[in-house]
Design a protein around this ligand. Structure first.
Ligand code: SF4
Length: 351
């Protein structure tokens, strides 16, 4: 029997490659989310690549599936096996190598879990894994082994979370994370935001999301109205690692977010072979700023099992940052940081 996902994907790609106006990218964000590319051969066909020339691993893909939205795949260079966007999503055999020190929960989030879906690690902030779904599966993701099924937030869990937030008046900020929190519907987000706004000591809402980058159509008018009318101070932290991730649609999505009054920041991960040169970093942060997102953090890789081939040692990272400082104005230089379990905050790496 043919795989139905594969058929959907190939049909979607055919619509797209024929520039058919009813193609995937012209549909709403939910449609685009449900028609991401999940089939390796279909991705190769779309990018004009020979599958046999790629060290694709079916086993790695079974552990953490290949998934990429068409709107993002369109920004990959056709015929380029080393495209920096492609390398972020391609399941390869190197992921199966067990590297000492690389573990399934590199940030020890299990220890900081207070309730299903709620992580309380730092003072005054809590993080909610609002949705286990992502539009794109990034191979370096520190939550690639996260037990989302044990942390889903249905009505009962949400009431428990509200109880937790209400009884701790030191909590000032709630972070919607995931997965990708914007994989949730606008209606679900609106309910959550309205409940949070009723808690007097909650001042800020932060949303960590890759969706404005990978499916810019996710930034709907309804979502913008919700952000605009919320009494909470809203911060949206997007996630792009390479200048090529920005295009006109991403810029428009970020402009819409900024027009709500939300602050928009970008955080990135330093990744070997993808953005580990001064030129790539300079272009990334310049493009991010031009699109409307101020560079925020550049994280060194979290030691998650399956991602060791992206790792860069600290000395190299610090050298890169020193060189970057010399070619960018200070406001475009992100903070080089790592998250260390048990520390009360992110740890900045001196440069
Ligand atoms: S949580 Fe973020 S980094 Fe991880 S796979 Fe999803 S979009 Fe990528």
């Amino acid at each position: 029997m043919p795989n139905s996902n594969k058929l959907i994907t190939i049909n979607a790609l055919q619509e797209h490659s024929n520039e058919n106006p009813s193609g995937v990218e012209s549909q709403n964000w939910q449609y685009q989310l449900s028609h991401c590319i999940k089939d390796f051969k279909a991705l190769c066909e779309f990018l004009q690549l020979e599958p046999k020339n790629i060290p694709f691993s079916d086993h790695a893909s079974q552990e953490f599936p290949l998934q990429v939205p068409i709107a993002f795949a369109k920004r990959m260079r056709k015929g380029d096996y080393n495209d920096p966007l492609l390398l972020q999503v391609l399941p390869v055999a190197k992921e199966l190598v067990k590297t000492p020190g690389f573990v399934t929960d590199p940030l020890a989030e299990a220890q900081a879990k207070k309730l299903p879906g709620l992580i309380h690690k730092y003072k005054h902030r809590v993080l909610l894994t609002l949705s286990g779904a992502c539009a794109i599966n990034c191979r370096y993701c520190f939550r690639r082994h996260f037990p989302y099924s044990e942390n889903s937030i249905a009505s009962k869990q949400w009431q428990d979370i509200l109880g937790y937030l209400k009884q701790d008046a030191t909590i000032e900020e709630v972070i919607f994370s995931g997965g990708d929190p914007l994989a949730s519907s606008d209606a679900r987000l609106a309910n959550f935001m309205a409940d949070l706004a009723q808690i007097p000591h909650i001042k800020r809402l932060r949303i960590h999301t890759r969706l404005p980058i990978v499916i810019p159509d996710r930034i709907t008018d309804k979502l913008c109205q919700m952000l605009n009318s919320s009494p909470l101070e809203c911060v949206v932290v997007v996630h792009a690692n390479h200048a090529n991730e920005f295009d006109i649609n991403v810029s428009q999505a970020i402009s819409k977010l900024r027009a709500t009054g939300a602050m928009v920041l970008n955080q990135a991960v330093l990744l070997k072979g993808i953005n580990d040169t001064v030129e790539a970093q300079k272009a990334l942060h310049s493009s991010s700023f031009s699109a409307g997102a101020l560079p925020y953090y550049l994280f060194v890789l979290d030691a998650v099992q399956g991602a060791a081939h992206f790792d860069i040692d600290d000395q190299q990272a610090q050298k890169l940052m020193r060189e970057l400082q010399a070619v960018l104005p200070g406001y475009l230089v992100p903070k080089l940081a790592r998250e260390i379990p048990d520390k009360p905050n992110k740890t900045l790496l001196s440069i």
